[in-house]
Design a protein around this ligand. Structure first.
Ligand SMILES: Nc1ncnc2c1ncn2[C@@H]1O[C@H](COP(=O)(O)OP(=O)(O)OP(=O)(O)O)[C@@H](O)[C@H]1O
Length: 364
């Protein structure tokens, strides 16, 4: 029979479908990063560990930038880390490459225990398996675009011909053919970020980590770059971990979104799960201005058939967005049946669609 939306809420936090069964790219368990003297010692005290980050700061002066966070990143997904300024996003993502050294917890990377890895293993992983893209592009100003991209391959030990062939290939991939000979300061911010992207892709890493890469770009360029990331993700199928404080960016890019507050994980779920079943008032506030019809799917608004429903109406799948289904539902006197794998999950009528379009909370 129909699954009630509340029932769906219980499912919040499950990994997105691609690669569910595969080994996670990152498996993070009980991760902490505490800044301050004797940070490690603080975590041996169950009493101090139980404190919220602001309480811990008041009691000891230490800052719990990441506070007991656990999650998996599955292969091929775009995993977004979101939260207000100071919530711990950058620290969390830097822990994933050990640019920041975690205080406690476990991080598995493709089955390797990252926190146990020696300097050599870590260097190899960083060179061959992971790449980071930062807000400040970190380009070498006195080298041409082509050399900037090839440089990353040089330190990986690739031969000259191979480096330049690969650099041209990835520059073409990010739409920068023709700019190979330019210097970074001759390019716009958006183009410089494309060079950063090309450099990250050049080594063919398994995972790309982005730390607020587009925050400094103006809104139109920013949107261009988001599209670029989605297109590249589609074309090259890499796993992406993406930090942002912007919910609309998170919803556009993320298969799943991890919301942080005061170093802790508040909710992990798809955009629809965050909007349809916010874990608390903090998340509810975050999503309150989002046009729900563009995020929620029919799965979230369907109900059980009632006597009097005309069940001969159109059929739609549960993953159709409410915004996309609105015309079909509103144009028909009959209820729309929501069917998955030949099974009727429920129905959607005008009432449900109008409630979502009007942003009425009870619709979810
Ligand atoms: N090196 C450091 N020493 C002490 N405290 C730090 C250090 N780096 C970060 N912090 C603190 O850790 C907390 C989390 O910072 P972090 O930069 O990870 O947050 P963020 O969510 O990425 O913020 P923003 O969006 O502003 O970059 C903040 O309170 C910050 O002041």
């Amino acid at each position: 029979m129909a699954i009630h939306p509340q029932e769906q809420a219980r499912l919040a936090g499950r990994p997105a479908s691609p690669g569910n069964a595969a080994e996670p790219v990152f498996a993070v368990r009980g991760l902490w990063k505490v800044y301050g003297p004797k940070a490690g010692a603080l975590l041996t005290s169950p009493e101090l560990k139980a404190l919220s980050a602001p309480e811990l700061k008041a009691r000891t002066g230490a800052v719990a930038a990441v506070r007991d966070v656990s999650f998996d990143v599955v292969p091929g997904e775009v995993f977004v880390v979101m939260g207000l300024s100071g919530s711990g996003k950058s620290t969390l993502v830097r822990c994933l490459t050990r640019l920041v050294e975690p205080t406690a917890g476990e991080i598995g990377f493709e089955g390797t225990d990252l926190l146990d890895a020696g300097a050599g293993t870590l260097r190899d992983l960083r060179r061959h398996k992971m790449a980071m893209v930062f807000q400040h592009f970190g380009l070498l100003p006195h080298r041409r675009v082509l050399d900037n991209v090839a440089y990353g391959l040089e330190i990986r030990g690739a031969g000259r011909a191979e480096r330049y062939a690969r650099a041209r290939e990835v520059l073409e991939l990010v739409g920068l053919s023709g700019s190979e000979g330019s210097y970074p300061d001759q390019l716009s911010g958006g183009m410089q970020q494309r060079v950063g992207l090309a450099r990250a892709l050049a080594g063919d890493p398994d995972v790309l980590l982005f730390d607020e890469p587009f925050s400094a770009l103006d809104p139109l360029i920013r949107r261009d770059m988001q599209n670029e990331v989605l297109r590249l993700h589609h074309e090259v199928g890499k796993t992406l971990v993406f930090v942002t404080h912007d919910l609309s960016e998170a919803l556009r890019l993320g298969d799943r979104i991890l919301i942080m507050r005061d170093g802790g994980l508040v909710q992990l779920g798809t955009g629809a799960e965050l909007v349809g079943a916010p874990a608390d008032d903090y998340v509810r506030d975050f999503v309150s201005d989002i046009p729900k019809a563009q995020v929620l799917t029919l799965r979230w608004v369907l109900r059980e058939p009632r006597p009097g429903d005309d069940l001969e109406g159109p059929v739609l799948g549960p993953d159709v967005l409410v915004s996309a289904a609105a015309r079909a539902v509103l144009a028909d006197d009959r209820t729309v049946r929501v069917v998955e794998h030949g099974q009727l999950l429920g129905v959607v009528g005008r009432e449900e669609v109008v409630a979502v379009l009007a942003g009425v909370d009870d619709a979810t």
